[in-house]
Design a protein around this ligand. Structure first.
Ligand code: MV4
Length: 460
């Protein structure tokens, strides 16, 4: 096992990785920006090194600064967390060249999955279901029109270097295709330095369902069930749950079998997430793979009882999956996560500042992952996630009741948070009935607006 690990991240995930290291007897090194001097990841790590000014580009994303800190502290490995450098194949290569183990897949695999069209073809080859679409990147406008005619409108154009919703265009009619193709391609060229586009059949109201995988460095792969992630706004997830109401155990077994074969062929290593869209007929199609630990990993930890971050560390140290997970994986009960963001409820604009009151709920089946505390400061430089509230219950009903109870006891003052929004979602009959898809939040805000307009009318 590693002697010492550097955590190249901040906030709750840095603290989460520190927890896993402590339990494995690994020494920890935090890195921090000038804005994070008083953060808990700095306090709870065995050592801490300041790597630059507040902006991420000058600190957490500064590869030479992170590597220098790793060399000075003499660590064996770096855990990148999520976001930041976690899916940067060049960073993983620099780690390798510096004799530091990058806790994640090899750079070659990260690079393959980062090229969304290549990832799609790799999955197709391994018989993972994909949507009808182009084979390879689209060569020209004429090529795009040909593919769209074959696939049938509506289609969606996606940037091969994109992902997570960036660089996409929905095309409903042939007349608008040439313009949208050119616009999307030049936008992708500007944003990612790569204008390659591919095409898929467009699904109108998909659900977003993702499978958690673990793979060791000896060719063994395990699939740990799925997470339902459809409750999102502007590609930011707000609430996730495991398992998905829409996935039967037969479907789960089928997808797991296929993914195991596919990922061992590809040479996947460490933790990963395979994203699928589910159409209204309940059919699932691969869209992308994420090569990192994800924000919502705790819901999988609750229903499987497996510590995913400890598994990541043990895999990276060369251990075999059969020695890490010694019992058959069973999905037990139901788990829900609410992402508590520091933001204004309606406008979704960030709410930075000093937290005056911070009361965290606890009790049976409740977990809070956070690096915040009373008197703590939310800096304006980073993403707005300040805490994750995760619950586990015997079934979805109990999980929802527990979440409502925990939300009512989560008190944050001094800044605005998404807690009131989460309480409204948990009270919504459609959510409770499991009636939602990726357009759920749009409809939710329309209903809210109608309700407020009606209120204003009657008040006059
Ligand atoms: C789609 C789609 C409909 N049809 N692909 C957005 C994020 C990126 N990971 C893929 N995305 C989508 N791809 C086809 N063929 C709709 C979306 C989509 C979406 C997907 C998952 C979660 C939220 C979403 C919100 C809007 C659009």
């Amino acid at each position: 096992m590693f002697r010492k690990v550097l955590i190249a991240n901040r906030g709750e995930i840095a603290l989460r990785v520190i927890c896993a290291c402590k339990e494995l007897g690994i020494r920890t090194v935090a890195v921090y920006s000038e804005a994070d001097r008083h953060s808990l990841h700095v306090r709870f790590a065995d050592e801490a090194i300041c790597i630059g000014p507040p902006r991420s580009a000058d600190s957490y994303l500064n590869v030479p600064a992170v590597i220098s800190a790793a060399e000075i502290a003499d660590v064996d490995a770096i855990h990148p967390g999520y976001g930041l450098l976690s899916e940067n194949a060049n960073f993983a290569e620099v780690c390798r060249a510096s004799n530091i183990k990058f806790i994640g897949p090899p750079p070659e695999v990260t690079r393959l999955m980062g090229e969304k069209e290549k990832a799609r073809q790799a999955m197709k080859k391994a018989k993972v279901p994909i949507l009808p679409g182009s084979d390879g990147v689209i060569a020209s406008e004429a090529d795009a029109l040909d593919w769209a005619r074959t696939v049938g409108y509506p289609v969606i154009l996606k940037a091969s270097a994109g992902g997570g919703g960036r660089g996409m265009r929905v095309v409903r009619h042939a007349e608008e295709l040439p313009g949208l193709f050119q616009a999307a391609s030049s936008e992708a060229q500007n944003a990612f330095g790569n204008g390659d586009m591919y095409m898929e059949k467009f699904i109108e109201r998909p659900r977003h369902i993702e499978f958690q995988v673990l793979a060791d460095e000896h060719g063994n792969v395990m699939v740990l069930g799925e997470r339902e992630c459809s409750i999102q706004r502007r590609h930011q997830k707000l609430l996730e749950e495991a398992p998905s109401l829409m996935v039967t155990s037969r479907m789960r077994e089928e997808i797991s079998k296929t993914l195991k074969r596919c990922l061992s062929t590809i040479g996947y290593q460490n933790a990963g997430t395979v994203e699928f869209l589910m159409d209204e007929d309940g059919k699932m199609y691969f869209i992308e793979m994420n090569t990192r630990i994800q924000v919502e990993h705790p819901v999988t930890e609750f229903v499987t009882g497996i510590d995913l971050v400890k598994a990541q560390l043990r895999i990276a140290a060369g251990e075999r999956l059969q020695d890490i997970i010694t019992e058959p994986v069973v999905i037990r009960g139901h788990s829900i996560e609410c992402r508590i963001n520091a933001e204004h409820a309606e406008k979704f604009t960030p709410s930075a500042g000093k937290i005056t009151v911070f009361n965290v709920p606890g009790g049976t089946g409740v977990r809070v992952d956070t690096a915040q505390y009373a008197e703590g400061v939310v800096p304006p430089y980073y993403d707005s996630l300040i805490a994750k509230l995760i619950v586990h219950g015997r079934d979805r009903e109990e999980a929802m009741q527990r979440m409502q109870r925990a939300l009512s006891m989560f008190v944050v003052e001094g800044i605005h948070t998404s807690i009131p929004l989460h309480r409204k979602i948990l009270a919504d009959p459609d959510f409770r009935a499991g009636k939602f898809d990726t357009k759920y939040m749009e409809r939710f805000f329309e209903r809210e607006k109608e309700r407020k307009d009606a209120e204003a009318q009657s008040g006059k």
